[in-house]
Write a protein that binds this ligand. Structure first.
Ligand code: OAD
Length: 250
């Protein structure tokens, strides 16, 4: 995809001039790693699966085996995926200036690329927790049951992601909002901007006089908030926006 040269130059200038950048990422940043997004028309997960059947606590209580196995499938897919140049570019940016990385993604690819202190608004696919646990829950040794249960109280283990209708982790939400209020540039990468409160962060940044740049090959709900939209895939675009990491010393 050909990126508009004038837009690219303007984005480079704004990023170079910024000193405190909030990077907000969504599923699109992992698309080039082969991880499906949610809302892309043909390839998105929600085009093929019903979130009401898979991503709510209600659904889990009704069909724990089905939901658990779906998350197991996603864990396997993500474990086989690799961070792409967009994930790596953010590591390079954070080596050059203050960056707060806030993600809606649960895939852990930012961390695997080397980003530290990633603010995960929607939890993590690999961090399970207990549903209605007894407080001293312990998983049974793997007996092939799906999902695992507590040996003391029989509680179900559940994926450590935020489902529809659930609150975001409080500290992550607080930190993300604080970053939106204090940054001087908000770089939004690969999100449809449809899911709140995450989708509200660029607006908060703008209200506090920060610039907003969107990177997305398709139109998104955040285009109207942006000062600049780069219509391009993240893996192609981000490495062009700032210098790469300094080479590691020999
Ligand atoms: P969506 O699937 O809603 O949006 C993905 C966005 O990525 C779309 O706007 C695409 O155009 C864009 N995109 C696709 N390929 C891209 C690429 N190579 N580079 C850059 N952008 C690309 O995903 P999210 O906005 O992350 O919630 O969805 C938000 C939340 O809704 C998710 O965190 C998830 C979902 O339900 C939970 O799991 C709680």
């Amino acid at each position: 995809m050909l990126i508009d040269a004038a837009h690219l130059a303007e984005a480079r200038r704004r990023i170079a001039a910024a000193s405190d950048i909030l990077v907000l990422t969504g599923a699109g940043i992992s698309a080039e790693s082969g991880v499906p997004t949610f809302r892309d028309a043909l390839t998105g997960l929600w085009a093929r699966f019903d979130p009401e059947e898979l991503a709510t606590e209600d659904a889990y209580r009704r069909q724990p085996g089905l939901v658990w196995d779906w998350y197991e499938h996603r864990r396997t897919l993500v474990a086989a995926a690799q961070p792409n140049p967009a994930h790596h570019a953010i590591v390079a940016l954070a080596a050059q200036k203050k960056v707060t990385l806030v993600t809606q993604n649960v895939d852990g690819l930012h961390q695997r690329a080397g980003s530290t202190d990633v603010i995960e608004l929607h939890g993590n696919l690999f961090a399970n927790k207990w549903l209605d646990g007894c407080g001293r829950c312990e998983a049974a040794p793997d007996d092939g049951r799906s999902p695992p249960r507590c040996i003391h109280c029989g509680a179900l283990m559940r994926p450590g992601v935020v489902w529809f209708g659930e609150d975001l982790p409080r500290v992550a939400r607080y930190r993300a909002e604080h970053a939106a209020q204090t940054c001087d540039l908000c770089l939004v990468v690969g999100t449809s901007g449809m899911v709140y409160p995450a989708a509200g962060l660029p607006g908060v940044a703008k209200d506090h006089d920060a610039g907003v740049i969107v990177v997305n090959p398709q139109p998104s709900a955040l285009d109207a908030t942006a000062d600049l939209v780069l219509r391009a895939p993240a893996g192609q675009c981000l490495p062009m926006l700032w210098p790469p990491c300094a080479a590691a010393p020999a």
